[in-house]
Write a protein that binds this ligand. Sequence first.
Ligand code: 5AD
Ligand code: SF4
Length: 441
Amino acid sequence: MKIFLKTYGCQMNERDSEAISAQLIRAGHSITGSEADADVMLFNTCSVRDAAERKAKGKISYMKKMKLRNPALIIGAMGCMAQRLGESLLAEIPHLDFVLGTGQLHRLIPLLEEFSARRKRFAAVEPSSDVLEGMGAHLYGNFSAQIAITRGCNRFCSYCIVPYVRGREISRSMEDILSEARSLVAQGTKEILLLGQNVAAYGLGGNVNPPPEDHSPFADLIEALDGIPGLLRLRYTSPYVTYFNRRLIEALAHSRTACRHIHLPLQSGSDRMLKAMNRQYTRESYLGYVERLRSAMPDLTFSTDVIVGFPGETEEDFRATREVMQHVGFEQAYVFKYSPRPGAKSATIADSVPEAVKEERNQILLADLADRIARKLAAAVGSTVEVLTEGVSARNPGRWTGRTSGNIVVHFEPVPGLEAGTLRQVKITRAGAVTLFGTLI
Ligand code: 5AD
Ligand code: SF4
């Protein structure tokens, strides 16, 4: 069958879709980018904000016209929204054939084949830990690849739907991760991105927070991955700040491959908001972690996630967030306007900050960020940086792009014989709004 697969949401969803595509191809199906060509349309959905759900739901509803044209067409919804809504999504969208939850993704192929034979609509949303080892397939062929090392989350931040739709946190075995990494590297992968809702909690078995200073299975994993010859770079996202204990910081500082960039979700700089969000740190302790990380690795860059307009957020709370962001000097930030998620704890309190105020705060943080990035990039002009080459620039076919260990994108003119996935030195000649320009040396 020809399968059209559309993905919404985070990198974990992108990775799940990649594994599913690889499994489908291995089972003799093919992936098509054309909706009109498809025998099967799959939507891997997201629930993290209301807008993400509305987008996927709107698209699936709109596909009714495809089904009118081709009644044999099979349409399935998978992932987080599918998990959250289950049977009720089948009731809401009569032309939807099946719903596959986050714990059942590894069963897509047998369930799809059964549906194709019997045409009996179904919702499979039972939680199952089998999905953990059942989603290891890759498409291969890229210099950069992603490996999911944990699934689910145990932190229960009050605004977040993830623990409910992706279940409790579970970690894969180190041997499985290492063998997946080795086969990727054997097929040309140079950079691996480790994925998890809270990667740094890898292997801790649930609820230890903060973990003891000298124990970090995530650090053990990084050291083991360091030992794979041919692997040039290791990235990971997202770690929860309180898991950066002494053991992990030392392992990162001594790692051959771990990049000098950490995505460190802050969410808010106000202690009052952090408490209401059920985040397990204060402004001061967060800054303490950043300081310890920086003193071990002075060239670290940081990015973050921030929520504006959480219920009860005052001007003063917002000012605290702005200050912490300036203080840390994040090189990149994803700012989200609070969106109540039915099922998450904060949805029981009124969404009290008006949309216009959320939008204003969002714009202020983005403007701060733009200023800060412009200053940092301007300061890099004249320096020489090492990049991992990524290939032809999406914007300008005459240029190539690469990325520094600190996750800054650099554009440069290619030379004959240049390959993607190699480490090269670039002399920086000019700064753009969010990227750098330079010449290969
Ligand atoms: N509203 C707005 N942003 C949210 N996030 C998670 N839940 C919500 C919500 N209900 C943001 C957090 C998280 C990122 C992936 O999405 O900042 O780190
Ligand atoms: Fe959601 Fe918090 Fe878990 Fe991140 S750490 S997935 S924000 S509950």
